[in-house]
Design a protein around this ligand. Structure first.
Ligand code: ADP
Length: 739
């Protein structure tokens, strides 16, 4: 079958290829058949002995005729079939023509689209010759398409921009080119395309004119650079200006303090106090402005150092306690014991935020108190600091606004309380920079709660440690006679330690309750009144009787019926230590709580002190303060003079006991002068002179610079007598100074 088909196909092909030969063969075959048939018939019918029989002839002729008819019928059927196929082929052909026409149209459209694209399109063969260029390319090149095709034309490149390659091999790059229309920036996308199978691929480049965008970007970058430079200049200017303002201000505040130490009429004292207070307010404002501008300029660098949470919180409450107690407000802190003892973060900045919030809380509260509560936050490693007050509260419409700079909830109220409206703006920025958030809930007239939630990872060194051994009060009853915020926080802590706490706010109720059961301890807040009598009654019912005092009343006489006292705001460790003591050990004569080292140590007297200070007024102030404290003072007006004076004193065998070194001085600054002193000491193996920095800058990096230069500490200006005395006592305590 296959063979027959192949032969047929070959014959057909032969006929198509050699039609004349096929015609000749066909004519020859027809002629031979006709001639053979006619000749056979004529010669057969003429022959004598052919035995011609008309009947047989008729039968034969009829048979042949029938055969011919059959052949004709078959041929006619085949013809019809062929016709049908021809019609189908014609229809198919027509469809193909239509399709071809559509394709041509589509190609035309695509070409038009290509040619009229706004983007430049150019195709080059493997030798770099242009095979196609669209209208945009021709316009930019300033030539006809016909003139471009076949050439190796390319634009002159003035500048080559960034170059990148996509994962599919497309090269993306920018070029600044010269064109008859002027210099243009073109963003090119170049890739290889294969147009015809078997032909080498062509390079297709599509370029977009991005001159406007690039120039805008460049202008923006220039503007940003200029703004950055201006901002840096502004920060430098602000730092310098604030330093310049602070220097005379230190003089005003310091001299005001000195003036107040002299004998003044009451009227003069009022004026001098006003000068000092205004100076201090101005100083606080300058500090805030400087801080704010630093944060705005993005220069807030956070530390990552371990610090003790409870120490930070207790320090804040103790620092603010005098301010709160002066307004007869309570201030109390509670640090949840589930929290790690030490965490890693920027303690100084956190302290700044919490001091601002707690300071505001005291400022805007007339009665009640302020609580600082530290608890685990909602996320792992998050710590939530709540600052709660019972103050004037903040109206709902002002709650968002007050976080913006220079915004205050109520202008009228703000005038009464003072302030700049910068504190919260600064705090929010610091907290955000720490990756945390600050939120507020408040109801006018009822109080406010600010929550600062920041991620603080536990310190590695702290693993498994506890701040202090918490007493086991399981099954023990404790009567707490107190009221207010601190009382509820103490009760919460006692319950955490397992105690059954009974909190009453009335002395007579407490007296009635005492005989009800045996109490492990009775804690009585002196603020309740009638405490001495209560202590007397409690003697028979509780082995531990503690009285709660404020720091101002701590030196007042306390009834001997009490076994000890605790100072508010209470430190958890002190409470734990007191409750863990057996009453026999607790001294009945109420030995006062140990005071912090610095205050316990007697301040040093009669020291020889070198003060390096370039500002005349400040130098005068330092001289007066130190002389009043009984020290001998030598002033050096710059670092160079200080170094010389120090060297002279050392070589004369009368070295200075202490150097107070201003940081910013002409010729040689304080840091450099200190470094040179330390180098000299190391070379000669001589006596180590304690050096304290005198600085108006409270920034962490400045402190590092001081310590790195070899200083022993720093004193923040404006200085007053107390600060100086405290610093000298601190040095004596740490054995840097001979007392
Ligand atoms: P300042 O206290 O210097 O005015 P802040 O930014 O710290 O600036 O506070 C902005 C304003 O928010 C305050 O003026 C006050 O109106 C309001 N505010 C802040 N804290 C409290 C608070 N605890 N109770 C009531 N109002 C507050």
């Amino acid at each position: 079958m296959d063979r027959t088909f192949r032969i047929k196909v070959r014959m057909r092909r032969f006929r198509r290829q050699y039609p004349r030969i096929a015609f000749a063969i066909r004519s020859f075959m027809i002629f031979s058949a006709t001639f053979g048939g006619a000749y056979g018939f004529v010669s057969g019918s003429r022959s004598e002995n052919s035995g011609y029989d008309p009947n047989t002839f008729a039968i034969g002729a009829s048979f042949l005729f029938a055969l011919a008819c059959l052949g004709l019928a078959t041929l006619s059927m085949r013809l019809r079939f062929v016709n049908k196929r021809m019609r189908a082929l014609a229809a198919h052909n027509e469809a193909l023509i239509d399709r071809n026409w559509e394709l041509k149209e589509a190609e035309e459209r695509a070409r038009n689209l290509f040619e009229q694209q706004g983007d430049l399109i150019v195709l080059r063969d493997h030798q770099g010759r242009i095979t196609f260029a669209n209208d945009a390319y021709c316009v930019l090149a300033g030539q006809e398409r016909g003139a471009l095709v076949g050439t190796r034309f390319d634009f002159d490149v003035l500048e080559q921009g960034d170059d990148a390659r996509e994962s599919n091999g497309t090269r993306i790059h920018d070029q600044r080119i010269t064109t008859p229309l002027g210099a243009r920036w073109i963003a090119w996308r170049e890739s290889y395309v294969r147009l015809d199978a078997g032909q080498p691929a062509e390079l297709q480049s599509v370029g977009r004119d991005v001159t406007d965008r690039t120039e805008t970007e460049r202008a923006l970058t220039d503007a940003r650079d200029q703004a950055d430079a201006a901002n840096r200049a502004k920060s430098r200017f602000l730092a310098m200006a604030s330093h310049e303002i602070r220097t005379p201000l230190n003089g005003i505040i310091g001299m005001g303090g000195l003036l107040l130490d002299t004998t003044l009429t009451p009227e003069q004292a009022t004026y001098a106090r006003a000068v000092k207070t205004s100076g201090e307010a101005l100083m606080a404002l300058i500090e805030e402005l400087l801080d704010y501008s630093k944060i705005e300029a993005g220069k807030l660098d956070l530390e990552q150092r371990p610090f003790a949470l409870s120490t930070l919180i207790e320090e804040i409450t103790e620092l603010l306690a005098p301010r709160a107690q002066a307004k007869t407000l309570e201030i109390a802190a509670y640090v949840d014991e589930r929290l790690p003892l030490e965490v890693v973060g920027d303690a100084a900045r956190l302290r700044q935020v919490l001091l601002n919030l707690a300071g505001n809380a005291i400022k805007f509260t007339a009665s009640g108190g302020v609580a600082l509560i530290v608890e685990p936050g909602i996320w792992p490693n998050e710590i939530s600091f709540l600052v709660r007050d019972t103050g004037i509260g903040i109206a709902t419409d002002a709650q968002q606004r007050i976080f913006r700079e220079f915004e205050q909830a109520d202008e009228r109220v703000a005038r009464t309380y003072g302030g700049t409206g910068l504190g919260l703006a600064i705090s929010e920025r610091i907290v955000k920079r720490m990756g945390g958030r600050i939120t507020l809930t408040s109801e006018p007239g009822k109080g406010s709660t600010f929550e600062v939630a920041v991620p603080l990872a536990p310190s590695q060194a702290d693993a498994g440690q506890t701040a202090f051994p918490s007493p086991d009060l399981t099954g023990k009853s404790i009567l707490l006679v107190a009221e207010g915020i601190e009382a509820s926080l103490i009760a919460r802590r006692l319950e955490r330690w397992g105690g059954q706490t009974c909190l009453v706010s009335d002395a007579t109720v407490a007296e009635a309750l005492l005989p009800e059961r045996s109490w492990h301890a009775v804690l009585v807040d002196r603020a309740i009144g009638a405490t001495d009598h209560l202590g007397e009654v409690a003697r028979a019912h509780a082995p531990q009787r503690l009285v709660l005092l404020t720091s101002s009343s701590r030196h007042e006489k306390i009834s001997p019926t009490f076994t000890g006292f605790l100072v508010k705001p209470l430190r958890a460790a002190s409470l734990a230590a007191r409750l863990a003591l057996t009453p026999e050990v607790a001294s009945p004569d109420l030995a006062p709580e140990p005071l912090p080292e610095t205050t316990r140590q007697a301040p040093a007297k009669g020291l020889s002190i070198l003060v390096a200070e370039d500002n005349e007024i400040n130098a005068l102030l330092m001289r007066s303060l130190l002389t009043k404290l009984g020290h001998r003072v030598v002033i050096a007006v710059h670092g160079e003079a200080a170094l010389e004076s120090w060297l002279a004193a050392s070589s004369a065998g009368t070295p200075y006991d202490l150097v107070l070194m201003d940081i910013q001085m002409p010729q040689l600054d304080g840091i450099e002068a200190t470094k040179r002193i330390r180098v000299h000491e190391a070379a000669t193996g001589g006596h180590h002179t304690p050096i304290l920095a005198l600085t108006a800058n409270t920034l962490v990096e400045d402190r590092y610079a001081c310590f790195e230069a070899g200083m022993n500490g720093f004193l923040i200006k404006p200085l007053d007598r107390d600060k100086l005395e405290e610093a000298l006592a601190g040095l004596a305590a740490s054995r840097h100074l001979a007392v």
